[in-house]
Write a new protein. Sequence first.
Length: 162
Amino acid sequence: MGSCVVVELHRNVLIWSKVIDEIVRIERKIFPKHESLARSFDEELNKRNNGLLYSDVDGDVAGYVMYSWPSSLCASITKLAVKEGYRRQGHGEALLEEAIKKCRARSVHRISLHVDPSRTPAVTLYMKFGFRIDDLIEGYYSPDRNAYRMYLDFDGNQQNGV
Ligand SMILES: CC(C)(COP(=O)(O)OP(=O)(O)OC[C@H]1O[C@@H](n2cnc3c(N)ncnc32)[C@H](O)[C@@H]1OP(=O)(O)O)[C@@H](O)C(=O)NCCC(=O)NCCS
């Protein structure tokens, strides 16, 4: 993976806008408009109980994951993406693992997410971490695009690879 490090983005850091600009560019490239957070990243991150981690490769943003913990019981992965040129090098796995750790540190019992079933790499990655498909929600993203709702539950000892 080269010299890669997963970093938590904090609002008070100098590189905040540089990182957000880069993430917005990636977001626009990868996701269709109705699924993109490009226009609302700043607003989303201003909300309490939201976190963003990104994968830094020698100053370049290789990918990012956004997560939130709306209650003390449940967290969610709201976005995960890796730039095309950095895929299949372990960035997605490293980001998801770190996001799960952050959520677990808040003692939640469940992490849930939504993903388009046609996004096979993402669905496979989530399953690798123990996420299960809970439901198929028709028209979730748009009238002709559905979503799997997936979840990962923790009991007292379960580690799910992290
Ligand atoms: C999903 C995504 C984040 C994976 O990132 P990545 O850095 O390429 O993934 P990794 O290299 O860490 O791979 C980890 C695991 O993911 C799964 N995976 C990744 N790419 C895959 C592919 N093309 N086909 C099948 N499984 C794949 C595998 O389980 C892999 O484990 P393995 O290497 O032991 O087989 C990336 O493909 C992506 O950004 N996709 C577009 C955005 C998206 O769909 N986001 C999710 C919805 S919000």
